[in-house]
Design a protein. Sequence first.
Length: 162
Amino acid sequence: MKTKPYLLLPLAFAASAALAHGNETHEQKPAIEYAKAEDKAFGKAADPRRATRTMTVEMSDAMRFTPAEISVKRGETVKFIIKNQGKIMHEMVLGTMAELKEHGAAMKKFPGMEHDEPYMAHVAPGKSGEMGWQFTRAGEFYYACLLPGHFEAGMVGKIIVK
């Protein structure tokens, strides 16, 4: 029996979707026009080269971030260097708690979905990534790993903007 090529197409799409968020990294972000960056409730994308402060955040397979809490000043631009110390993929996604929970629920429903926004960094095991962010509003915000099961296991940190 000969397989018809058009019958394999759905399998090819399913396989690519399943692998879309595998161990690949998204460290090379597409060019961002920082002057036109969208202002979110928790700030806006900023050129990491113009940061006034650099902070290293480590991620581990113990499902924790180090540090677990960060304090910044309103208006401050931070260059985050995100290091994955583990043996599995992790990510750091900035947002409000409501946004992170909503995004996490979508990740559970569609674990292979691709997403690459300026407020997130996906980092392969043993690798580093970076992200520039300006905190334009005071308040409590968060960072989390939204890969299925990681957030629920406690992989979340807090950002206090004064």
